[in-house]
Design a protein around this ligand. Sequence first.
Ligand SMILES: [Fe+2]
Ligand SMILES: [Fe+2]
Length: 223
Amino acid sequence: MVRKALFLDSRSAQFVAMLYFCGMDALQNTKLGLKLPTDPRWVNLAEMDLAEILSDHAYCEQKATTACITLIQAYPDRTELVEALAPVVTEEWGHFRMVIAELKKRNLELGRQRKDMYVNALLAFQHKGGTRDEVLLERLLTCALIEARSAERFRLLSLHCSDHALRGWYHKFMVSEAGHYRMFLDLAELYFGKEPVWKRWQEFLQHEAEIMLQLDVRGDRMH
Ligand SMILES: [Fe+2]
Ligand SMILES: [Fe+2]
């Protein structure tokens, strides 16, 4: 059952996204949702400078690609992980290319990569010095959380971006990242069991909410 859930087709991903954003994660019947919604001012700030937000978005996709590749390199013996993440590498790099194409269409240039304070704060929360397995759990939950927050922000852009041409474009990212969020949690549960994953996931969710409260609301950042 878990293995099946790891490989979401686009219709399944749409379904997960719907459940997730309806706040009724029936797949788990637990409180997997983010604890703090994004500040509503963020969309207005983000669309003030498309070159900035699209550049940051591009690097988020590049980092998602890199994260999947490094997980495969670190855990080649975890067959389910390798099989689940290999296609996601392609998908995330496809997302990067979609953003690059959108920049080009608008005669905008890819800017330089900036310090990612949100991701750095999440990485700092990971337990250090654990076993190889313990490190894997931390990494899977960190990825799940970044995907969840990304999906939440893409949803906001897909609903409220004043450039209507971009709404459908952002919707595709929202559906895809919501599917990835679910996949990372499924992998964690497959290897570590529901109860330990749920317990640590709650800690991650709580800490993420605190990070969100501490970070400035910036329109030039996806997170
Ligand atoms: Fe992506
Ligand atoms: Fe993703």
